[in-house]
Design a protein. Structure first.
Length: 239
């Protein structure tokens, strides 16, 4: 897993916290890690971005942000409205490649979903994954509606002949409803890929030391963790 592209099924699904958890698990295993955020939107110059937040939680990781736009919009739209140059997939791939030459793990966190546009030519995170020949991790929400968005994302990845490593639930509710519990079984079916973790809601508020200690327990073995999908589903069904 030298380069892993992390996308969401939409916005606010827990992508940054999941990225931080994957980074923390890799750091705990003694691996050197870099987090690349191609385009940060909706953040002032003096505010922390997603890559910075991942580093705050995960520990000693290298961070790189290629562009920042003030309005909370798709990167292509935000760049155009700000009168700033867009980020192109080739630039993201080049930056990720340079980081991979110096780090054992490079996590490329997208903005929103897989097909959110970086530029007016239609470049997306899917194009970045293709240029890098990298696997893609999909972060999904837990509840009603997630099966549709997850399947659409997985279908698009397969149509582009990109490798879908698996799905992580980015914010598992403290009190899951029936739909959320059922989705533990249905998500890997619609994605045709394994469920690789469930990150508890609210863990971004933990002390960094506590976050780092717990992160491997939220992620399955392919992501450097100890989480088991079957055991988790049984435990949730018993609640």
């Amino acid at each position: 897993m030298p380069v892993l592209v992390i996308t969401g099924t939409g916005t606010e699904v827990g992508k940054t916290i999941t990225t931080a958890a994957v980074a923390a698990a890799a750091v705990a295993a003694g691996r050197s890690v870099a987090v690349l955020k191609p385009a940060q939107t909706g953040v002032r110059p003096d505010e922390r971005g997603d890559a910075d937040e991942a580093a705050r939680l995960a520990g000693p990781v290298t961070t790189l942000e290629l562009a920042r736009y003030p309005e909370p919009l798709a990167p292509a739209t935000a760049a155009r409205r700000a009168g700033l140059p867009p980020v192109r997939p080739s630039e993201v791939a080049e930056a990720a490649g340079k980081l991979a030459a110096e780090h054992e793990v490079v996590l490329v966190e997208g903005a929103g979903g897989l097909l959110v546009r970086f530029d007016d030519a239609g470049g997306t995170l899917a194009d970045v994954a293709r240029l890098l020949d990298a696997s893609v991790l999909v972060v999904a929400s837990a509840g009603l509606g997630t099966l549709n968005t997850t399947e659409l994302t997985a279908r698009e990845l397969r149509a582009r002949q990109l490798d879908l490593l698996g799905v992580v639930v980015g914010s598992w509710p403290n009190e899951p409803d029936l739909a959320s519990r059922c989705n533990l079984a249905d998500l890997p079916v619609v994605a045709k890929a394994p469920l690789l973790g469930a990150v508890p809601e609210g863990v971004g508020l933990l002390r960094p030391a506590d976050f780092r200690a717990a992160a491997p327990s939220w992620l399955a073995r392919p992501l450097g963790g100890t989480w088991d999908a079957e055991e988790f589903a049984v435990a949730q069904a018993a609640k």
